[in-house]
Design a protein around this ligand. Structure first.
Ligand SMILES: Cc1cc2nc3c(=O)[nH]c(=O)nc-3n(C[C@H](O)[C@H](O)[C@H](O)COP(=O)(O)OP(=O)(O)OC[C@H]3O[C@@H](n4cnc5c(N)ncnc54)[C@H](O)[C@@H]3O)c2cc1C
Length: 486
C-alpha cells in the first residue's frame, strides 16, 4: 500500500508531493498528461522561448523558499529595467481610434494621467468616504465601482483584473477573488485606509529589499519549476500517462482506479489485476490528495458526495486564446518599453491584452526580433478565444499591428486555445469552500487542492500546497491507520 497518492502533477500537486517527501512521507503523484506541470508549459521554437500557460510568478515567501530548496536561484530571471511601464488602451474621444498610454503607477501619476477625466479622478480620491457594502459577497464590478467610481473601474481596474482572471467582473466574487481588498473594507471601511494599515505593518516587519516579492521566471521558462520538482522527488514518484478514473473508500484504504497503458514500477504494486482492456488497474493508498481542475475533481468525488460534485461543476472556467507572435524589431515603431498592455473590456475588442515577452525577460527571442504573447477572449468575450479560427486570428493580428504601429505582419510562433483556462470564482464561492472543508472533515483520508479553491496564481498554489503539507494530521492519520492494521 502506498502512503500518500497525489492526483494531478500540476504545480499544486508537485509542490505538495515535494513537501510531503521532505517530511518523510512516501508519496506518489499520478497525472493523465505526458509531461508534468499541468498548465505550466514552456517551449523553445528556434530561439523564441514561449509560455503557453503562466508567464511569470511572484517570488512571495513560499515560492522563494521552494526555489531555494530546489537550488534554482541561479536560474531565476527578473524583469529587465525597461519593462516597468504598463500600458492601457484608451480613446482620446469616442471618434478617436484606440491608442496605448502608460498606466498610472502612483497616486501622483493618477492625478496627471489622460486616462481619466477630472471627474473620474475626483471620484477616485473620494474612495475613503464611499459607503461600505453590507452583503456577505458582491461582484468585483459592483464592489470596485462603489469604492472608486465607474470610470476608474472601467478604464483601470477592469482591464487589470481581466488580464489576471480573464473573467467577467460582473460575475466574479469579490470576497473570494480579492480577499485582501475585501478585508480592507470590512476592517477599515476603506481600501485606502486598509492599504495604509497593511503596508505600514509590513514595513515594520522591515524585510530586506532582497527578499521582497518580485515578478520572476526562469532562464528556460516557467517549466523549470515543475521539472525541478520532478527531479527532486524520489525515482518513480511521478507517474505520467496515468488517468485516475475513480476512487473508492475501502476498509483497507483508498482504492484508486487508473487507466495507464504501461505497467506499474516494481515498488507500486497494483492492488487489482488489469481489467479486460489490459490498461485499467488500481493501487491502494492510505491517504490521497485530489489536485486537479474542478470538473475532474467533481467526477472523482461524485460517488462520495454528489452535493459537493454538483457545486464543483458550477465553477466557470474562462476560455482563452494565447498567441505568440514574432516581429522584426525594425518593423515595429512602438518602443515596447514595458511589461505589455491591456484593453479595457468596455471597448469590446478581440484582444484582452499582450505581454511584451522579449522586453519583459532577456533572451526570449533571437537578436533583431520582438516576441509578444497575446491574449484573447476571456469570459466577457468568449467568441474571441478560439484562435484556431483563422478569422479570429486575423482580427487579433490586425488590431495588434495597429496598436504597436507594426509595418509588417508577424510570424506566428505558437498558439494555444484554452477552452477552460482559469477558474472564475462565482458569487457565493465561499459556500463551496466551506463545503469542501466539511467534505475533508468527513473523509479524513482525502484532501482537496486546486486553483478552483483558494487562489489561482502559481504563488497561491505553492502557498496552499505548503500549508496543506504543514497541516498537523498527516503523520498521525497515517500512523493510526498503520497501528490499526498491525
Ligand atoms: C493561459 C494561462 C496563463 C496563466 N498565467 C499566469 C501567470 O502569468 N502567473 C500566475 O501566477 N498564474 C498564471 N496562471 C494560473 C496558474 O498557472 C494556474 O492556476 C496554476 O498553474 C494551476 O496549477 P494546478 O496544479 O492547481 O492545476 P493544473 O495546472 O491545471 O494541473 C492539474 C493537473 O491534473 C491533471 N489531471 C486532471 N484530471 C486528472 C485525472 N483524472 N487523472 C490524473 N490526472 C489528472 C491534469 O493533467 C493536470 O496536469 C495562468 C493560467 C493559464 C491557463
Amino acid at each position: 500500500m502506498q502512503q500518500t497518492v497525489v492526483i494531478g502533477a500540476g504545480i499544486s500537486g508537485l509542490a505538495l508531493a515535494y513537501e510531503l517527501q521532505c517530511a518523510g512521507l512516501d508519496t506518489v503523484v499520478l497525472d493523465s498528461a505526458s509531461t508534468p506541470g499541468g498548465v505550466i508549459k514552456s517551449e523553445n521554437h528556434g530561439g523564441f522561448l514561449v509560455e503557453l500557460g503562466p508567464n511569470s510568478t511572484l517570488t512571495k515567501p513560499p515560492v522563494r523558499c521552494l526555489i531555494e530548496k530546489l537550488a534554482l536561484e541561479n536560474e531565476l530571471v527578473l524583469p529587465q529595467d525597461h519593462a516597468r511601464k504598463r500600458f492601457l488602451a484608451i480613446k482620446r474621444s469616442p471618434a478617436h481610434p484606440l491608442e496605448l498610454c502608460a498606466a498610472p503607477m502612483s497616486m501622483r501619476e493618477a492625478a496627471l494621467t489622460p486616462i481619466l477625466s477630472p471627474l473620474g479622478k475626483a471620484r477616485l480620491f473620494f474612495e475613503p468616504f464611499a459607503k461600505a457594502g453590507q452583503g456577505v459577497d458582491e461582484s468585483v464590478d459592483s464592489f470596485i465601482s462603489r469604492r472608486v467610481g465607474r470610470e476608474v473601474t472601467e478604464m483601470i481596474v477592469a482591464p487589470m483584473l481581466a488580464g489576471i482572471w480573464a473573467a467577467d467582473l460582473e460575475r466574479l466574487s469579490m470576497r473570494s477573488a480579492l480577499p485582501l481588498l475585501w478585508s480592507f473594507e470590512k476592517e477599515h471601511g476603506s481600501l485606502l485606509r486598509g492599504a495604509i494599515s497593511h503596508f505600514s505593518k509590513k514595513r515594520k516587519e522591515s524585510k530586506p529589499k532582497k527578499t521582497r516579492a518580485r515578478l520572476a521566471s526562469f532562464q528556460t521558462g516557467m517549466s523549470a519549476l515543475p521539472q525541478a520538482l520532478r527531479r527532486a522527488l524520489a525515482p518513480d514518484s511521478v507517474q505520467l500517462n496515468t488517468e485516475v478514473l475513480r476512487i473508492e473508500e475501502t476498509a483497507g484504504g483508498i482504492c484508486i482506479h487508473c487507466r495507464r497503458p504501461q505497467p506499474w514500477p516494481e515498488r507500486l504494486k497494483p492492488h487489482s489485476a488489469p481489467g479486460s482492456d489490459g490498461a485499467t488497474t488500481a493501487i491502494l493508498a492510505e491517504r490521497i490528495v485530489i489536485a486537479v481542475q474542478s470538473p475532474a475533481a467533481a467526477r472523482l468525488i461524485e460517488p462520495l458526495s454528489s452535493k459537493l460534485a454538483a457545486a464543483l461543476r458550477t465553477i466557470p472556467y474562462a476560455p482563452l486564446g494565447v498567441l505568440h507572435l514574432a516581429y522584426r524589431q525594425h518593423d515595429v515603431q512602438h518602443p515596447l518599453d514595458g511589461f505589455g498592455f491591456l484593453i479595457p473590456p468596455k471597448f469590446k475588442q478581440p484582444l484582452l491584452g499582450a505581454v511584451f515577452s522579449s522586453s519583459l525577460f532577456a533572451s526570449r527571442a533571437p537578436d533583431g526580433f520582438h516576441l509578444l504573447t497575446v491574449f484573447s477572449g476571456g469570459a466577457a468575450a468568449p467568441h474571441y478565444a478560439d484562435i484556431n479560427d483563422e478569422r479570429v486570428r486575423e482580427q487579433i493580428i490586425r488590431q495588434l499591428n495597429f496598436l504597436i504601429h507594426a509595418k509588417a505582419s508577424p510570424q506566428i510562433i505558437a498558439q494555444t486555445y484554452w477552452p477552460q483556462s482559469i477558474p472564475n470564482y462565482p458569487l457565493g464561492h465561499f459556500h463551496l469552500q466551506q463545503a469542501a472543508r466539511e467534505f475533508e472533515a468527513q473523509h479524513p483520508a482525502i484532501s482537496l487542492l486546486g486553483a478552483w479553491d483558494t487562489g489561482i496564481s502559481v504563488a497561491d498554489r505553492i502557498d496552499q500546497a505548503s500549508k496543506l503539507a504543514a497541516s498537523a494530521n498527516w503523520q498521525t492519520l497515517n500512523q493510526s491507520k498503520r497501528i490499526a492494521r498491525n
